[in-house]
Design a protein around this ligand. Structure first.
Ligand SMILES: C[S@@+](CC[C@H](N)C(=O)[O-])C[C@H]1O[C@@H](n2cnc3c(N)ncnc32)[C@H](O)[C@@H]1O
Length: 571
């Protein structure tokens, strides 16, 4: 289902290229940017807006409108961010090139026949400034949110840039790519980021409205995105269709997706029109995510990667990652980080609130009960949320799977740190003692060989030997302590020696790990003067350890510290 109309009646219009240019010029002249709006309403009010609290911005706008000579910047803020009304005259003054009629022709305000100068006009969509390191200042149109318009969200709601969109954009590892796929593009946010490092992006969605919003946004921001508006196809293909169907037979270097992963109770009477397409893929349970894990590797070029967000059900009595591991096809490397776990009750509340389904009491009670019944029918104890990284294992290498739970705050953007961790894992796996490489997870247990998976993995780990870390022989390697790492020693008052020694990362995944005395000694000597083998050997002599396992055990533990980013190979 590739062909579809570029112009969708109920979405911003791309039929007037001249008006799009006029709008971009007017918005730039207004300084309608993230910085411009934040300065105008104040940092606190702007931060509140990002928490979906409109009142402080509304109050700032109302105060501005009472001024003798209000700044025209109040107009787009009140119109598109708050969902307020402005007169035809005010719009004409603030948008001298586009004019209120132009905004109507672009379908950015509600249509009206022959409005008088004092007729109040209302936004048809949200148009929000967005700023990214890669592309600079952009304007992104999406549907008005639950706070900017009354009632339950429309079921074909086109999502704006939300927390999950930003999370995915920030965790994406961004190597140069020839081809990229943005599955379920929505307003196009992931595509905008992909354009900064991919030659060509295919953006898909099941919703023609979403694709129309994406096209509008691409054309409105053609300059900063490096697009020739007359030859959009040279950089971006927009494809209508479900999941991987529109890209059947194609392979990509990189796939990103913030898919409609929200687990939703199904009913025999429901029709596709009943589903909130922006979050609900229409399948039972977590089938959207299981299907993507099973099938995404099939559209990856060799060594190609996919990153997505997802929810997964955790049935009573099972480890959170057991089902995820079962879904992965052979020949796939995977790193899955569980970030959050919710009970069925918390999950129902979150998603009923999200679509403003909590405004009608009777419907709310029914829907809440539906969620609980649905989870109970599959014995679901809790629901996990997290980050998924997949790679079609490069030729010949053994595949590996790491699953770990990290629920504390991490540093964003995380993408560069994840990329560096994957490189270190590949480095560790590239040469094994005796010549055979051992990839993380290939320890013969069928589990993550790093010992990183399972609950509590991001807390202090047991300081015993960790021979399952990928098998590069560190004996001859020079290692360094990573720049963001600090050591903490804790001891009882008056004690001669510390009882607890911790290493902490300030950046990235912000891990903390517990060290034995000998491992602490090892780490403190990692300054490139001696190889890892020399350090371990010297410690053996110093501590009078002459057992055959001391040095290999210490090097195995050091390997784990490399994998986790506390130590790095010397350049
Ligand atoms: C959570 S939104 C993500 C939007 C955007 N990519 C982002 O990061 O914010 C999910 C998107 O997937 C689309 N979608 C829903 N079901 C789909 C399906 N079966 N196939 C492809 N896209 C689908 C929705 O229309 C929506 O635009």
């Amino acid at each position: 289902m590739g062909g579809f109309d570029a112009d969708v009646a109920d979405a911003p219009s791309v039929l007037h290229p001249g008006l799009l240019e006029a709008l971009a010029a007017d918005l730039a002249a207004l300084n309608y940017t993230v910085g411009g709006v934040a300065d105008f309403v104040g940092q606190e009010a702007y931060a509140a807006l990002n928490r979906d609290q409109l009142v402080p911005v509304l109050l700032a706008c109302e105060e501005e409108l009472r001024a003798a000579d209000p700044s025209p910047l109040v107009v787009p803020i009140l119109l598109w961010l708050v969902g307020g009304t402005l007169t035809q005259d005010q719009l004409n003054l603030a948008f001298p090139i586009t004019g209120a009629d132009g905004l109507q022709a672009l379908r950015l305000i509600d249509p009206m026949d022959a409005p008088a100068p004092d007729t109040l006009r209302r936004a048809a969509v949200e148009l929000r400034p967005y700023s990214s390191d890669a592309d600079g200042d952009l304007w992104v149109a999406s549907d008005l949110g639950a706070l900017q318009r009354p009632g339950v969200l429309r079921h074909d709601h086109v999502l704006g840039i939300g927390g999950a969109s930003l999370t995915l954009a920030q965790i994406t590892v961004r190597p140069r790519a020839r081809t990229a796929l943005d599955l379920g593009t929505g307003c196009g946010i992931q595509t905008f980021h992909l354009l900064s490092h991919a030659d060509h992006v295919t953006a898909t969605d099941i919703s023609p409205r979403a694709l129309a919003f994406t096209r509008f946004n691409l054309l409105l921001n053609a300059g900063p995105l490096g697009i020739d508006p007359r030859a959009l196809d040279a950089r971006v293909s927009l494809r209508l269709g479900s999941l991987l169907e529109p890209v059947a037979g194609q392979r990509f270097d990189l796939v990103v997706s913030n898919p409609p992963f929200v687990i939703t109770p199904r009913s025999t009477e429901e029709s596709p029109e009943d589903q909130f397409t922006y979050r609900d893929g229409g399948l039972p349970g977590d089938d959207i995510v299981s299907g993507l894990l099973a099938n995404l590797p099939g559209v990856l070029a060799e060594g190609g990667t996919a990153q997505l967000l997802g929810n997964w059900e955790i049935p009573a009595g099972r480890q959170w990652d057991e089902r995820l591991r079962e879904w992965l096809p052979e020949g796939t490397d995977a790193w899955i980080i569980q970030r959050e776990v919710q009970s069925p009750l918390q999950y129902a509340e979150t998603w009923l609130r999200d679509a403003a389904e909590n405004r009608d009491r009777a419907a709310y009670v029914q829907r809440y009960a539906d969620y609980l019944g649905d989870f109970a029918s599959r014995g679901v104890d809790s629901v996990g949320f997290g980050y998924i990284w997949l790679r079609r294992t490069p030729g010949g290498a053994p595949a590996w799977v790491r699953c770990e739970e990290i629920t504390h705050e991490v540093e964003q953007p995380l993408g560069p740190h994840l990329g560096a961790a994957i490189e270190r894992g590949d480095w560790l796996a590239s040469v094994a003692p005796g010549g055979a490489g051992t990839a993380p997870g290939q320890d013969g247990t069928g589990q993550d060989g790093t010992g990183l998976d399972g609950p509590g993995l991001d807390g202090p780990h047991p300081d015993g030997p960790d021979r399952d870390v990928p098998g590069r022989d560190l004996n001859w390697e020079y290692l360094l302590v990573a720049g963001d790492v600090t050591e903490e020693r804790h001891q009882r008052p008056g004690a001669e020696h510390p009882g607890v020694i911790l290493l902490r990362q300030g950046a990235g995944l912000r891990r903390t790990t517990l060290l034995s005395t000998e491992l602490a000694g090892f780490v403190s000597a990692c300054d490139c003067d001696l190889t890892a083998g020399q350090i371990a050997g010297a410690l053996a002599v110093l501590l009078g350890e002459d057992g055959p396992d001391f040095v290999p055990d210490l090097l195995a533990m050091a390997g784990r510290l490399v994998l986790e980013g506390f130590l790095i190979p010397a350049p």
